[in-house]
Ligand binder design. Structure first.
Ligand SMILES: C[S@@+](CC[C@H](N)C(=O)[O-])C[C@H]1O[C@@H](n2cnc3c(N)ncnc32)[C@H](O)[C@@H]1O
Length: 252
């Protein structure tokens, strides 16, 4: 296995990150709406996105804030944050979730009404401790939403990549337990978006190592994996469900 540093991975990916989703604009809207529906942002709410990346999935939320209560976009990758739209309703903070949870980072707000963590929690070094620290920053009635892939997504990837992904991906039930231990009322549900994509385009995304697990394979291993995918998917068109866990917690 290639040792990889998430920081290098996102450094390399940052400029092309949004293009990764350009073949499925419907998905971006779908996910934005699901995040918005769960967080129920009220005027004046203080919102933070942890692992905000390029802000692609903040579009539905940003319409509900103003420059007086910008969304705090927290990410340790400066290159990802540099891709955020130039918008006074977004306030970038270059820091890790762990540092925010430990109170080591100054935020523009003492308390947060809503926190979203989308496809980022698998990077946390200690999930229960970090969620506990983040939950402590919630105001009464504050909401924390974790959006994450299940351990075994039904992606048409090569087997070794799916196996390695499963080894490192946290179980949504364990995330829910950690949020309960942090004092939140928690619900866990799943929702799926049907992806239809050209097999060559999907292979191109794999070549670009768009998922961080793919950065743990060297060029030769990746070429073998692509060959496996090619022999399996002969139709030229791929259809599969992109299923997500939504773990929602509320401070009462
Ligand atoms: C797959 S991207 C998701 C970005 C965005 N949430 C989205 O859904 O498009 C994961 C993001 O997590 C960030 N990240 C990695 N380690 C982190 C940590 N310890 N705390 C917070 N964010 C982290 C990466 O820099 C990257 O921007």
């Amino acid at each position: 296995m290639v040792t990889y540093d998430p920081a290098d991975h996102y450094e390399r990916l940052a400029k092309n990150y949004d293009d990764t989703w350009s073949h499925r604009p419907d998905y971006v809207g779908w996910m934005n709406q699901r995040v918005f529906d769960r967080l129920q942002i009220e005027p004046g709410d203080h919102v933070a996105d942890i692992g905000a990346g390029t802000g692609l999935f903040l579009r539905s939320l940003v319409r509900h804030v103003t420059e007086d209560n910008p969304i705090v976009c927290i990410d340790p990758s400066r290159s990802m944050l540099n891709q955020l739209p130039d918008d006074p309703r977004l306030h970038p903070v270059c820091a890790s979730a762990e540092a925010v949870a430990a109170g080591e980072v100054g935020l523009p707000y003492d308390w947060l009404d809503a926190i979203v963590i989308k496809e980022t929690i698998h990077h946390f070094t200690n999930i229960p401790k970090t969620l506990f620290g983040l939950a402590e920053r919630l105001a009464p009635g504050g909401r924390l939403l974790v959006v994450t892939l299940p351990r075994r997504p039904q992606y048409p990837l090569f087997t070794a990549a799916l196996d390695r992904f499963a080894e490192h991906q946290p179980e949504p039930d364990d995330i829910a337990s950690a949020m309960r231990d942090a004092g939140l009322d928690v619900t866990l549900d799943y929702d799926a978006f049907t992806v239809r994509v050209n097999a060559d385009h999907y292979a191109h995304l794999v070549t670009r190592r768009w998922m961080s697990v793919l950065s743990t394979f060297d060029d030769e291993q990746l070429a073998e994996g692509l060959e496996e995918m090619r022999t399996r998917n002969v139709s030229g068109e791929l259809t599969f469900p992109d299923r997500f866990a939504f773990v929602f917690g509320k401070r009462t």
